[in-house]
Write a protein that binds this ligand. Structure first.
Ligand SMILES: NC(=O)c1ccc[n+]([C@@H]2O[C@H](COP(=O)([O-])OP(=O)(O)OC[C@H]3O[C@@H](n4cnc5c(N)ncnc54)[C@H](OP(=O)(O)O)[C@@H]3O)[C@@H](O)[C@H]2O)c1
Length: 263
């Protein structure tokens, strides 16, 4: 299937490793030009080089998505380099693990709000004028299985990702008159550095090995394994493509069957 992405301009936030990196490579494989950001300039440039191997033009912009001015610069540099934006994938690192009682003060809540929710708000607000001027676009927000089933010991992530999901659903309707589709992709358990960190935290709390945690989790996943980042990226790339032209406001879980609820 030709996804119709050749020559499109896709912005992918937080793309120096893990899911963001896999999504950037997924777009590159389909011939889309890229603007990618993250804080670690060296790691970001390695990803940029890997995408350019597919013959696409990739702009790498060091930026911290918790800083409004960095997001503005990321978008301005993308528009000035490519002339406009067709696709936006919002992404960021995950907030620290912990329960309600682990975060008694405002600081951790405020930081998670900026990282998870406001980064998506600012990225979307920033690309809107360009997408409107081009007559349409596609926005994908990356959230988590936790928007359907909250994950124990991840209170900050659970709360603000639910906000991102509500944002995407609301904007799907608000932006439809501009031919801008907005969809949400939910990773279940995809094998990245973040997942390793979470398994380590769980192992320490439970007093068992990381391998034990991994095996317990895998036992809950019908497909019997963690996902590969490329499998997650394939869903994002499809939803951003011309072949998903009638899909907006959707929440697509990529989880090997891990989420047990019907909706
Ligand atoms: N993997 C999973 O199974 C899973 C499941 C549910 C939800 N998620 C969520 O999906 C997101 C991506 O997951 P992942 O597994 O790819 O995580 P990851 O391996 O920790 O990668 C996070 C990426 O975000 C970048 N980043 C972190 N903070 C940033 C900031 N302030 N500004 C710009 N870039 C930033 C990091 O690069 P720099 O260090 O270079 O900035 C890195 O490229 C996370 O929010 C994670 O919590 C993942």
């Amino acid at each position: 299937m030709d996804l119709g992405l050749r020559g499109k301009v896709a912005m992918v936030a937080a793309a120096s490793q893990g899911l963001g990196k896999a999504v950037a490579l997924g777009f590159a494989r389909e011939g889309a030009n890229l603007a990618i950001c993250s804080r670690n300039e060296t790691a970001l440039e390695v990803v940029a080089k890997a995408t350019r191997a597919y013959g696409v033009d990739t702009l790498a912009v060091p930026a911290d998505v918790t800083r409004a001015e960095d997001i503005t610069r990321f978008i301005e540099r993308t528009v000035s380099h490519f002339g406009g934006i067709d696709i936006l994938v919002t992404n960021a690192g995950g907030p620290p693990a912990g329960t309600f009682q682990d975060f008694p003060d405002d600081a951790a809540w405020q930081a998670a709000f900026e990282l998870t929710l406001m980064s998506a708000v600012r990225l979307i607000r920033g690309v809107l004028p360009s997408m409107r001027a081009r007559g349409g676009g596609a926005i994908i927000v990356m959230t988590s299985s936790s928007i359907k089933v909250p994950i124990p010991n991840l209170i900050l992530s659970n709360v603000f990702r639910a906000g991102v999901a509500a944002l995407a659903k609301t904007l799907a309707e608000e932006f439809a008159p501009y031919n801008i589709r907005v969809n949400n992709v939910l990773p279940g358990r995809i094998a990245t550095e973040r997942l390793l960190y979470l398994d380590q935290v769980t192992a320490e709390r439970a007093g068992v090995s990381v391998e034990e945690v991994r095996q317990r989790t895998i036992a809950e996943i019908p497909l019997g394994r963690y996902g590969d980042p490329e499998e997650f990226a394939n869903a994002v790339v499809f939803l951003a493509s011309e072949r998903a032209s009638y899909i907006t406001g959707a929440s697509l879980q990529v989880d090997g069957g891990y989420i047990k609820c019907i909706y």
